[in-house]
Design a protein around this ligand. Structure first.
Ligand SMILES: [Zn+2]
Length: 373
């Protein structure tokens, strides 16, 4: 990717005034940061693969090309996302606004075409674009996609048994070890610790009657992208996805737990995903006393492309001596697993039966049941 290309896209988005000079200067970095913030990407001012993908997609403005369902290589771009958001506003079911013109978007377009009396081909050409432009701002129906997601979740019933959950230990494979911190003769790394928590959680959730899948084994051959992990969870038809990471920072004083759910700056977010993230965050903070870095909406591939409520939780900073001392202790990781298990159980409690945070003690529950038996 050339600097001139990055500049011209950002000028097109009105985030940068001048396409010159052809160097990565301070003004360009500021514009990249503004773009990343706006798209819910990690804000570092650098143009890595994910930021480049988003910039590349941002070239397309709605109306600048005809849109249609192309197989196998779907059209991708900001114009597709604008179309999806506009259709969602009007109550058509495009699924999440993921910027990909897939079968579901084509069906939503066809439904719109039928209702406004156009030829029903599922493609968005000049006629359809004109009709959308005429109607788009007049008809607004809230956030139907998220209402549908919430309703589907409610209908799945208040029970863990038979539900499918995917646990995604971050990183792993090839050189992708995530955050690595040397500690005397030892080298702690994010990938191994995340896998350890994931496999402990797998055991506990299976025992509770859930179907549990891990996205990777302890030492996979190759690294996996967020999109690949999302595709795997979609293929499995998962009801929930929990992605486990640790954080790292150049400052040793950065510490604490943070949870992330799908959402964009445009106010579109996964309400069930947000609830899952809030529960995970609260249970961990209350049970462990770790610093609360709160929940945040992000549009990362893993959160954006999954079709089920998804949370990514960063279980503390491996670079913080205080967090690290706890994270390397297996007993502490058990406590984290206990918190995650409680959050999942709480997802399936009807609201009126919900109990205060930190009060579901799974071990005691199991002991009580064993005594009864
Ligand atoms: Zn990570």
């Amino acid at each position: 990717m050339a600097v001139s290309e990055i500049r011209s896209i950002l000028v097109g988005l009105e985030l940068l005034a001048e396409p010159e000079p052809d160097v990565f200067d301070e003004a360009l970095e500021t514009a990249v940061r503004a773009f990343q913030q706006n798209r819910g990407l990690g804000v570092d001012g650098l143009v890595g693969d994910e930021t480049w993908g988003a910039l590349d997609a941002a070239r397309w403005r709605l109306g600048s090309r005809a849109l249609f369902h192309s197989v196998p290589d779907a059209l991708v771009g900001e114009d597709v996302r604008s179309l999806q958001e506009r259709l969602l506003e009007m109550g058509y079911d495009t699924g999440r606004p993921d910027a990909i013109y897939g079968a579901r978007t084509a069906r939503a377009v066809a439904q719109f075409q039928r209702e406004v009396g156009l030829v029903q081909d599922g493609s968005c050409g000049p006629q359809t674009m004109k009709a959308l432009r005429r109607l788009g701002r007049k008809v607004v129906g809230g956030r139907p996609q998220w209402l549908r997601e919430a309703e589907a979740f409610r209908q799945s019933g208040p029970n863990l048994v038979g539900k499918t959950i995917v646990i995604d230990p971050g990183h792993g494979g090839g050189d992708d070890t995530g955050v690595v911190v040397p500690d005397g003769p030892l080298r702690w790394n994010e990938a191994d610790l995340a896998f350890d928590v994931a496999s402990r959680l797998e055991g506990r959730l299976s025992a509770a009657g859930m179907r549990v899948h891990l996205t990777r084994g302890p030492s996979p051959a190759a690294p996996m992208s967020g999109a690949e992990r999302a595709a795997l969870a979609n293929t499995l038809g998962a009801d929930l996805l929990i992605s486990l990471h640790l954080d790292g920072h150049t400052s040793e004083s950065a510490e604490g737990v943070a949870s992330y759910h799908y959402g964009t700056g445009n106010g579109l977010s996964s309400t069930v995903g947000e609830r899952l993230a809030n529960l995970v965050q609260r249970e961990i903070v209350v049970r462990t006393g770790m610093h609360d870095c709160r929940t945040h909406a992000k549009a990362w591939d893993l959160l954006r492309l999954t079709r089920m409520p998804t949370v990514r939780v960063d279980l503390g900073y491996l670079t913080s001596p205080a967090d690290r001392a706890r994270l390397i202790d297996p007993m502490f990781r058990e406590q984290i697993v206990e918190a995650l298990l409680a959050a999942v159980q709480r997802m399936y409690f009807p609201v009126e039966r919900d109990v205060p945070t930190g009060s579901i003690d799974v071990r005691q529950l199991r002991l009580a049941l064993a005594e009864k038996g």
